[in-house]
Design a protein around this ligand. Structure first.
Ligand SMILES: Cc1cn([C@H]2C[C@H](O)[C@@H](COP(=O)(O)OP(=O)(O)OP(=O)(O)O)O2)c(=O)[nH]c1=O
Length: 198
């Protein structure tokens, strides 16, 4: 089928995980444009509304033609009302991980798809239990530097998998792009996730 019949897909993300997760569906975006927005939470902003607001803001700011499909997402780690963003350094990463140690927390990923002036959005929330970390586990994980650039200072798909015995919800949503919901949103926006024939 003539590929011009399909709208272009713009991945509005600089996250390598999101590009990898799309590849898992056999989807290669026509362009990758990392959004540049202010991700600071508003005073007293709760995790889930914050996540949805940021995902939408990313989708609105990414450059695209009217017929292009823009895909953006935001992943927010929430400990109670507290938003755990990306740790600035190993010290803050240790603080985050000690706060998460031995407790359950939530990971919300909001996916926003825009086509022209229309936006479709879905928030996917999962629960994660982190084991109580020993000093050896904490220091070994920090030494991998895998916490860099990741909300909550951990990546479930990497070495931190050894620290997470239990989740409830969407594994791909925790990583950063809930694939079932993303596929549905792309279809709704007119981007053919399943291309019959070739
Ligand atoms: C909780 C968790 C987060 N992450 C990552 C996914 C995201 O890259 C990052 C969350 O930060 P985000 O702000 O959602 O995304 P980003 O800044 O990396 O990229 P962009 O805004 O350009 O789309 O944390 C994991 O890789 N694994 C995990 O288990």
């Amino acid at each position: 089928m003539n590929s011009d019949a399909f709208p272009r897909l713009i991945l509005g993300s600089g996250s390598p995980r999101r590009l990898e997760l799309l590849a898992q569906l056999g989807i290669v975006p026509d362009a990758v444009r990392p959004p540049d927005i202010d991700e600071d939470p508003l005073r007293g902003e709760l995790p889930r509304p914050y996540c949805a607001r940021i995902a939408r803001a990313k989708a609105e700011v990414v450059e695209a033609c009217d017929d292009d499909v823009v895909l953006c997402a935001d992943t927010t780690v929430a400990l109670g009302r507290r938003i755990l963003g990306k740790a600035a350094d190993a010290g803050e990463a240790a603080e985050f991980l000690l706060a998460l140690s031995g407790r359950r927390h939530r990971v919300v990923t909001s996916v926003a798809v825009r086509r022209g002036g229309r936006i479709w959005q879905k928030d996917v929330e999962s629960a994660v239990k982190m084991k109580r970390l020993s000093d050896i586990e904490l220091n070994a994980y920090l030494a991998t530097n895998d916490w860099m650039g990741k909300a909550g200072a951990y990546g479930i798909q990497g070495p931190a998998g050894a620290l997470i015995p239990w989740i409830s919800g969407s594994f791909t949503g925790i990583v950063g792009l809930p694939l079932a919901e993303t596929a549905a949103l792309l279809q709704t926006a007119g981007y053919p996730v399943y291309r019959s024939g070739s």
